[in-house]
Design a protein around this ligand. Structure first.
Ligand code: GLA
Length: 381
């Protein structure tokens, strides 16, 4: 019997990189798992706990195996995976398609099958696979295919998270590579400009994402408040309004939702954003329909996504520095006035019903702000 189909909808979880970079350890991962459980993050859907780069020794052992750094992980990866599983989470790790990882640790090039077997033996459920130190004359396409084959035949269900940065025309081939998600941009940092630029860069790429192979717009910076693991990531931090818009964008654009802040110290505002079940439901909708642009102005745009129960999600985004009126014309959604149908609007951030609207709906959206509505198609005759 082969493995089962994996990762139908965008994965949710936590990743160590944004806040901790190389400062990772068994203690940190255990504390993170405990905090996620206590605060209800697991129940909210965040199930993968992923250790990023810098977990291994600088060299393989004499038999060519990857070795967990015994100072950081004194009981090894199997024991840690067991702990993560006992608490009800899934366990993720990291490697790279080149000879070295981005931080200079051993990569999996020419070790794909041994490493996949090693990860399976440790109990890994998710592998993030980076794009550094690719040997000359090897393009991403074949290197990601290699690990795709190795993981699919490792004897364990392992989600394949290709961290491909949108290079090598990734959109053209990633769906066939075995990857369940693919990073489409360079690294995020904790700033409004980074969030805005990533979102803009993916607005015309939505059709490439779908069930079982999701466009990963990078880990969330929600709740980091400038406390990144290095000076590139820190970048000054964002306001809560900006973090909300970041989450609204990632939710509407079907990106995986991987928390990147320190979950041991969450503010109430951060919890409210990360645990918004109305937005999570839009992100996790089974059919993974790509959102489409309904109106685009220099500073604002409207994204619309059809949901599997017939509801329609409408996201209004103001990327500009002053408040703006944003409108959606129902004609552009595909709902003409002659149909005798309107939309009943539910505000997913304020959690309130706004009643039935006909033909057009407009709203004032704060600077760097967002509004997300879940709409029911209703008769207005
Ligand atoms: C790359 C990736 C990041 C992170 C680092 C680790 O930059 O894009 O997400 O994994 O490597 O070194």
């Amino acid at each position: 019997m082969g493995r089962k189909a994996l990762c139908e909808i965008p994965p949710m979880g936590w990743n160590s990189w944004n806040t901790f970079t190389e400062n990772i350890s068994e203690d940190l991962i255990k504390q993170t798992v405990d905090a996620m459980k206590e605060q209800g993050l697991l129940e909210a859907g965040y199930e993968y706990v992923v250790i990023d780069d810098c977990w291994s020794l600088r060299e393989r052992d004499s038999e060519g195996r990857l070795v967990a750094d015994p100072e950081k992980f004194p009981n090894g990866m199997k024991a840690l995976a067991d702990y993560v599983h006992e608490k009800g989470f899934k366990f993720g790790m990291y490697s790279c398609c080149g000879t070295r990882t981005c931080a200079g640790y051993p990569g999996s090039f020419e070790h794909e099958f041994e490493d996949a077997a090693q990860f399976a033996e440790w109990g890994v459920d998710y592998l993030k696979y980076d794009n550094c130190y690719k040997p000359q004359n090897h393009d991403g396409k074949t290197l990601y295919r290699r690990m795709g084959i190795a993981l699919a035949n490792s004897g364990r269900d392992i989600v394949f998270s290709a961290c491909q940065w949108g290079t090598d025309s990734v959109y053209d081939w990633i769906g066939s590579s075995g990857a369940h998600l693919f990073r489409s941009t360079g690294d995020i940092n904790d700033s409004w400009n980074s969030i805005r630029d990533i979102a803009h860069s993916q607005l015309d790429k939505q059709a490439f994402s779908g069930a079982y192979c999701h466009n990963d717009m990078d880990m969330l910076v929600v709740g980091m408040y400038g406390k990144g693991g290095n000076s590139y990531i820190s970048a000054g931090g964002c306001t809560d309004e900006e973090y909300q818009t970041h989450f609204s964008l990632w939710a509407m654009m079907n990106s995986p939702l991987m928390i990147g802040c320190d979950v041991r110290n969450l503010t109430d505002a951060t919890k409210k954003i990360l645990m918004n079940q109305d937005l999570i439901a839009i992100n996790q909708d089974k059919e993974c329909r790509a959102p489409f642009l309904c109106s685009e102005n220099p500073e604002s745009f409207v994204l619309v996504k059809f949901l599997s129960n017939g509801d329609i999600a409408v996201g209004m985004f103001n990327m500009g520095d002053t408040a703006a009126g944003v409108a959606v014309n129902f004609w552009d959604i595909g709902l003409n006035a002659g149909s005798g149908r309107g939309l009943e609007f539910y505000d997913c951030i304020e959690h309130q019903n706004l009643g039935i609207k006909k033909e057009i709906f407009s709203s004032t959206v704060a600077a760097h702000g967002s509004k997300i509505y879940r709409c029911k198609v209703v008769s207005v005759k």
